[in-house]
Design a protein around this ligand. Sequence first.
Ligand code: SF4
Length: 359
Amino acid sequence: MTQPLQNITDLTLKELQQALSTLGEPSFRATQIHQWLFSHRAATFDEMTILSLALRKKLAESFSIHQLSAVTYQECFEEGCENPTQKILLELQDGNQVESVLIASENRMTGCVSSQIGCPLQCPFCATGRMGFRRNLTAGEITGQVYALNDLVAAREPGKALTNIVFMGMGEPLLNTDNVIEAIENLTTRNYRFCLSQKRITISTVGVIPEILRLAKSGMKTKLAVSLHSADQQKRESLMPIAARQYPLAELGKALSEYSSSTGMPVTIVYLLLRGINDSLDDAKILARFAKTFLCKINLIDYNSINNSKFKPVYSAARELFQQYLMNAGLHVTVRKSYGTTINAACGQLATVGIQNPQ
Ligand code: SF4
């Protein structure tokens, strides 16, 4: 049986340079091809008219090009919002699938992208965690999700494009940092199609300490969100056992403090409110104590149900008391609206196997 050709969009720029050097081509050719793939979104080598016919032929003999596009698509309208939330399912070259979401709010078109297929951290409240872990996504597959979401934006309003990107889809981005950073470079490089400001990109993590410190030193200007869900070590371990044990709160607090002081940017603490579990005023008190040790803002989110889950969303009265306590403590607190719950597109609901809440 003949092996399928390697998908060239799975190569990083460095790997592309090595591949071109093996073909006896200078390194600047790799830069040109990279731009054709990740800026012009070429689907065939014949489109790369800047290359000689001979090189295009040589490339087609060694590689395939698999650009992602949506295979299925669902949408739902939120109350009072004229633009729908849209979720797409994308098929990767190896047959694996991944989900991404387009969230339209007042002035923003936000693409929520995945960084892994499944997730190794297995937080019990999350559909992705229940899928198990299959593999990291390549930088090309992450970039491809952004393009596929942007297709939806362009179909709605020709000439418009995504304005923001959040790494809040399937997987833990800071367990795939190299590819996430490479994808961010594809999306922020000057003269490339998107050319987004790094400040419009948010990386959301459970708190992978060494990688937070790496970002702090990198000079990148992307935003950081940390899923905390409890400021009590024991309780956090019951909610996110693998992550909380591996990255204890005391050390996480120090890393976040280093991050905010070296970047000058606040960290967003994401706090998923779960009824009767982490929504008491005592929980708010310890959260306030933790959050006051570094520059941050707090984002409270409601739980979005998944199949066979013991967790329940908080009552709105309890959420208001919780928020008020934090605000009285001098903290900046917002409540994040959930988008796409009826199509299993909201936080913690993405999964490409049947774990989600039946609608
Ligand atoms: S919440 Fe995030 S880290 Fe936890 S299992 Fe889900 S995707 Fe992974």
